[in-house]
Design a binder for this molecule. Sequence first.
Ligand code: ADP
Length: 668
Amino acid sequence: HTPLFQVMFILQNNEQGELRLGGAGVEALGTGGSAAKFDLTLSVWDAGGEIRGGLEYRAALWDHATMERMLDHFGTLLEQVAADPGRRCPEIRLLRTAERERVLWEWNTTDAPFSDGACLHELVEAQARRTPAAPALRHGPRTLAYAEMDRAADRLAGHLRTRGVVPETRVALFLEPSPEMVVALLAVLKAGGAYVPLDTGSPPERLAFLLEDAGARMVLTQAALADRLPRCGVEALVLDDVPADPGEDALSHTGSPAPAHAPSPENLAYVIYTSGSTGRPKGVAVPHRGVCNSTEAYIRAYGIRPGSRVLLFAPLHFDASVLDVFTALCSGATLVVAPREEMMPGDGLVGLLRHERITHLKITPSALAVTPPAALPELEAVMVGGETCSAELVASWGPGRRFFNGYGATEHSVRCTAMLCTDGTQPPPVGRPIANARLYVLDPHFEPAPVGVPGEVFMAGLPVTRGYLGRPGLTAERFLPDPFRDEPGARMYRSGDRGRWRADGTLEFVGRTDFQVKVRGFRIEPGEIEAALLEHPALVDAVVVAREGGAGERRLVGYVVPEAAAEVTAAALRAHLKERLPEYMVPSAVVVLERLPLTANGKVDRRALPEPEPATGEGYVAPRTPAEELVAGIWAEVLKVERVGATDDFFALGGHSLLATRVVSRLR
Ligand code: ADP
């Protein structure tokens, strides 16, 4: 950039005198091409009765087509101003009708048939009838055929019905990855209810909040986990205790429910919680219909079919898991379920992919980035999504297979694009909307932004979900009537993402309009962490940001201001947070400040927040044995810290789950 300004506008309205040089003739000649002095220079001059002009631009920054579009928009603007000089600026449209039609309609013409009228579990049941003997679930040496899985789910569904589960009843799942977990999920749906997956690693206080907020009627768990559940008045059903052979009563309820109790596609299938900016997580209420549509669209896009082996990589409480479960079980493929330890990104994951001969892997870019690309001839498709994907990732994992970048949000039935990436030199765009989904890029006046111009992304069409459970105000704020469609009730979800269209109709993700961040694939509202920090009696102010960490990754850093004379330590504050938040939301560094830096207009100046001091262990104890020395050395290398003591805490030194996988592979 030129340091002071990048864009110049010149109006040549001085009188053009004639140059005389005695008797010599003088004629102006064009100088032809020249070097652009600024990013953009628009000059116009009065040419006797008309205004002429020219645009000079930095060719390294803009391409010719972009500049032609920009001139066209400028022309449209001038025409409107000339026709109606009283028009207010926000009422001026940059887009001509044809371009407006293209971005709103042509690129959103996605109508396609799908199994409308069915619920998710009915699609699985239909598959079980088509391929009863095919392997549906694999877990280590165990395999469950489609018919067996369906029968087990029917039995449990019968049991749930006797306990009063009907459409819209929320049933929480507190289960570790296992075939029983998938069977329980299907059983809740078959009984007509909606499942609410809980993170088994969450602190009890948060679990109690989620169970209450979801209005869960019961929680399904396993004997080994039951004592981690908070006591909060919600009935826990331990699956190990449910008789495999149902009693009379339950038997009469297996198979299809009575019509009055059968769910419809508009009923809830699940409620998934995401971070909430005001301090409370919010439950996204997702009906069957949109997910049935997405499931079938992604089965086609990813080419999942009988014989495919899909790894259930995401935990159930992340909605990415929904597509893994249903794209596999609605297409006759096998869903491979593995314990978390075996799916550690890195060599561990590669070993599992090879051993289980996985054909389709859906994973976050952060987890894939720490997994060494390996020869995996059977892995035919890798699907990343949930956060930005780098060009290097496409270059290292794309060759020899299909590589997709998927974009979407929980509020819009998981995902809504599938970009096939082939170019490993540029960060990939996120693609076009899938079947029956629509994407709009709008300016602050809800008008479509021109191609190439960033705006806010609104997600519309069939996948729009119901909203936030029990939060009508927040739902009304984020789920707006779709102004571009006449269909009654059509809504669009305001994503808070910034994006722009490329000329080929694919969408590029540009960033956020708010503070929401993705850290290692986790969607986090810093406001939720700030609220949890401020529950500490000694703090008067707190702000949390995501910074690029020492090891080249994003990490959360908290900045706190204690009351005068109050003594707080980073370690105590982290312990305070661990009681309230899941591990991935606990900042790896907490910096104590006297006051927060402010901007001229009194807001927290996030850019002026200091880089945290490099982590060093407090109360250093030198490694005492050769093994401790070895481990400390590896930690120091992976965490990029100078020294590591025998009693240091890996997480307090800036460690997190993905760095831990590096430690593990080095230790091996
Ligand atoms: P997901 O399951 O897609 O991660 P979440 O509801 O957890 O859904 O997060 C949605 C947000 O994640 C989006 O609003 C966007 O900010 C971000 N996101 C999702 N997919 C991508 C992607 N492919 N590239 C960049 N950001 C993405």
